[in-house]
Design a binder for this molecule. Structure first.
Ligand code: MG
Length: 367
């Protein structure tokens, strides 16, 4: 089987809440998503998606994804999409770095592999654990009382895990964490995600200010070393996210006892193939994970669901349903949240079909 065409579409994904705000005054109103279509000489077609969290979160941006796919695609024509390790090595040889550019292509090839095998991607990634899996809700950064009200409303929809966007003024962040914890039950989990927004002295004040509150602390500072220094000051369970982008830092983090949980974002690693490698290593090392991506719509959510549902339940800290945050549905068959939980499709491949009318004109077309 050979790849005969790679195409990409640009889709705008507005938010139900209007905007999403996090540390340092960063916010996004409309997400810039790229949907990738990989065609083969056997007539099987696969789809993937990559959607950065704006141009200022990770080193990734929407038009960059499309420019990168245009650069990479000619090197992949004639390659077998079912041979995913080979395909990833080919991508790495043709384009150094830029993992997010490769992510949508890699996901589309997993979709093809699943369709050819007649199996859901979840099965190919390791098997299905349980009936469904647990989700978190990200709570956009606003005033403490408003965040507590939003958490209460999302709790009423069935969510039991909440990721607060902090990383602002340390005094206000302490208030945010306390206000939200007050509206939760003891069995609910609360994560205060600073998204690299605090300096070390600010993080030190916040963790001391919430010393007696049941809360996880996520990525307080920019670098691994800064986060490690905060980790050593606090007894709170500790999550690393932005600085976890490959196997080397996972091994170092394990050796340093630097974290209890890591966030595996599919596009940060360069696709499902490499995210699976990281996931499997974390399972072996006993590290819990949030399985997700930077952002996305129906196709990203489907890819997340297959990786999350194939992760042992005890290792899956939480996952996410980005398709419920955005107002546009780009595919049928995508998983839908039910009572704060979700399940991967049992159909072959990702189990989705893009809505052609939503995709609009092709913006990259290599054949
Ligand atoms: Mg995070």
């Amino acid at each position: 089987m050979k790849i005969t065409r790679i195409a990409a579409y640009h889709v705008a994904l507005p938010l139900h809440e209007g905007s999403y705000k996090w540390s340092g005054g960063k916010s996004v109103d409309v997400f810039d998503s790229t949907i990738v279509r990989v065609e083969t000489d056997a007539g099987v077609v696969g789809h993937g998606e990559v959607c950065p969290l704006g141009p200022f979160y990770l080193p990734a941006y929407g038009p960059g994804a499309r420019a990168g796919i245009k650069e990479l695609a000619p090197h992949l024509l004639g390659e077998d999409p079912r041979e995913l390790l080979r395909l990833n090595q080919r991508m790495d040889a043709a384009l150094k770095g830029h993992p997010y550019v490769k992510s949508g292509i890699d996901i589309a090839c997993w979709d093809i592999l699943g369709q050819v095998a007649g199996l859901p991607v979840c099965t190919l990634l390791g098997g299905r654990y349980g009936e469904d899996f647990v989700l978190y809700r990200a709570i956009s950064q606003v005033a403490p009382e408003a965040m507590a009200e939003n958490v209460a409303n999302y709790r009423a929809e069935g969510y039991r895990r909440f990721q607060l966007k902090v990383g602002g003024d340390p005094n206000v962040d302490v208030e945010r964490i306390k206000a939200v914890r007050d509206v939760l039950e003891p069995t609910d989990k609360l994560i205060a995600d600073a998204n690299t927004g605090w300096l070390m002295h600010e993080a030190a004040r916040v963790v001391r200010g919430v010393r007696d509150v049941d809360v996880y602390i996520e990525q307080p500072c920019l670098s691994y070393d800064e986060c490690l220094s905060v980790r050593r000051l606090t007894s709170h369970p500790f999550v690393m996210d932005e600085c976890i982008d490959g196997m080397g830092v996972l091994l170092r983090g394990h050796s340093d006892h630097a974290m209890d949980v890591v966030n595996i974002k599919i596009s940060k690693f360069g696709g499902l193939t490499k995210a699976k490698q990281a996931r499997d290593l974390c399972v072996s090392l006993g590290i819990a994970m949030t399985i997700e991506d930077s952002w996305g719509g129906d196709i990203t959510t489907a890819a997340i669901s297959h990786l999350a549902h194939s992760t042992p339940t005890e290792n899956l800290f939480t996952s996410t349903d980005f398709n419920s945050y955005v107002t546009v549905s780009t595919a049928t068959g995508a998983p839908q949240r039910e009572n704060g939980r979700m399940r991967a499709s049992t159909e072959p491949g990702l189990g989705i079909q893009p809505r052609e009318e939503v995709l609009g004109p092709v913006v990259v077309d290599v054949s």
